[in-house]
Structures are given as structure tokens and as C-alpha cells.
Design a protein around this ligand. Structure first.
Ligand SMILES: Nc1nc2c(c(=O)[nH]1)N[C@H]1C(S)=C(S)[C@@H](COP(=O)(O)O)O[C@H]1N2
Ligand SMILES: [Mo]
Length: 198
């Protein structure tokens, strides 16, 4: 007779909080293409640029002086783990766009990182409180392996869009693929529609 551990079965079954094909995890896997880059806050800068390349640059102290937001959200990795109720603190993309005067400057965004990783998404998916540049995770400074000192967090898309060690957000007037998107991943990546691959 087959014995099914009900706890295991519940983990495997998508519930109202779990997109199709995902399972729950309580730990926090590290998913990085390359070694964790050393990014010191004294040398860190975040740049937000429009399609013509003009824009705004924040040092670490300028960035941390901006109005802060905290969000508690579920995250979903394309490799099928999901983690519920993660709390992030940082600066919303709305705040950055308004400070730079670039709110209407493009339709899509390329996020670029220290270390070279890139990922693309529509600008609409970063505004209206949907995304943060986070420096704090669950009340503590974001660990280097998870993208510290600061990473993009776009919780409603697969987590590969949440660029670690963020360095630049470049607004574009058309969509262009980032690293994974040029290598077979979906240009958009909605976990609820299981948009894993192109
Ligand atoms: N710079 C950078 N950002 C990145 C990645 C990466 O390799 N480099 N991996 C992405 C992928 S595929 C995932 S699932 C998440 C993993 O974040 P974590 O390591 O904090 O779990 O980061 C995303 N952001
Ligand atoms: Mo991932």
C-alpha cells in the first residue's frame, strides 16, 4: 500500500499562495551565476539612465537618505522553489524615477549588476510600489551572497529578474533581452502563468 506523507504532499501541491509547478522552501537558496562580487558601500553607486544615457547617480549615503519602504512578499524562483513572507526594506523604483525626472522616459528597463549580470522587464512592472532596490532582508543588512549591499526585488516576476548587486537601471524605448532572456528564459517571467522559458 502506498503511504503518502501528508506534509510532503501538501508541499508539492500548488495552493492559493503557490504558483503552478513550485514547491515551498523555508531556507533561502543562493542562486548566482558567478562568484559573489566584492561591492563596498564606499565605492557603490546606483545609476538610473534614460534611453539617451542621461540620468541620475546616487552614492550609498544619497541612496540611503531617500524615503524608505518595506514590503513583505512571496518570491518564486524558476528552479521551482518559492519562499513566502520575505520582508525587504529599501527604496522604491517610483522614488528613484521621480528623483531623476525619468518616470515617462521609457517602456522597458535593463537592470545591470556589479559582476555583469543583466535582466530586462517592462517599466510598468517596476512602478506603483511593485519593486524596490532593497538593502535590508528580514531586518538585517542584505548578505553579500543574496545581492548585498543592494539588489532589485521584483517579487511578482520569477526571481531571476531580481538583480543582485544592482548597479544600473537603464530605461529603454523597446524591450531587449538580458542574460537569461538571451539564453532561453522568458522575456517576461510571470510565475502564475508559468512563463519559465521563451
Ligand atoms: N547579479 C545577479 N543577480 C541575480 C542572479 C545572478 O546570478 N547574478 N541570479 C538570479 C537568479 S536566477 C535568482 S533565482 C535570484 C536568486 O537570488 P538569491 O541568491 O538571493 O536566492 O537572483 C537573481 N539575480
Ligand atoms: Mo533563478
Amino acid at each position: 500500500m502506498a503511504v503518502i506523507n501528508p506534509r510532503f504532499r501538501r508541499k508539492e501541491r500548488p495552493g492559493p499562495q503557490l504558483p503552478p509547478g513550485q514547491y515551498l522552501t523555508t531556507d533561502f537558496p543562493v542562486m548566482s551565476l558567478a562568484a559573489t562580487p566584492v561591492v563596498r558601500t564606499e565605492r557603490w553607486a546606483l545609476t538610473l539612465t534614460g534611453p539617451d544615457g542621461a540620468g541620475h547617480r546616487w552614492t550609498w549615503s544619497e541612496f540611503t537618505d531617500l524615503p524608505q519602504q518595506e514590503i513583505t512578499v512571496d518570491i518564486h524562483c524558476v528552479t521551482r522553489w518559492s519562499k513566502l513572507g520575505t520582508t525587504w526594506k529599501g527604496v522604491s523604483i517610483d522614488t528613484l524615477l521621480d528623483a531623476a525626472g525619468l518616470r515617462e522616459a521609457g517602456t522597458h528597463v535593463m537592470a545591470s549588476c556589479y559582476g555583469g549580470y543583466t535582466t530586462n522587464m517592462p517599466l510598468a512592472d517596476l512602478v506603483d510600489g511593485k519593486a524596490l532596490i532593497a538593502h535590508t532582508f528580514d531586518g538585517k543588512p542584505l548578505a553579500p551572497e543574496h545581492g548585498g549591499p543592494a539588489r532589485l526585488v521584483v517579487p511578482h516576476l520569477y526571481f531571476w529578474k531580481s538583480a543582485k548587486w544592482i548597479h544600473e537601471l537603464h530605461l529603454m524605448s523597446a524591450d531587449e533581452p538580458g542574460f537569461w532572456e538571451a539564453n532561453g528564459y522568458n522575456m517576461y517571467g510571470d510565475p502564475w502563468r508559468e512563463q519559465r522559458y521563451a
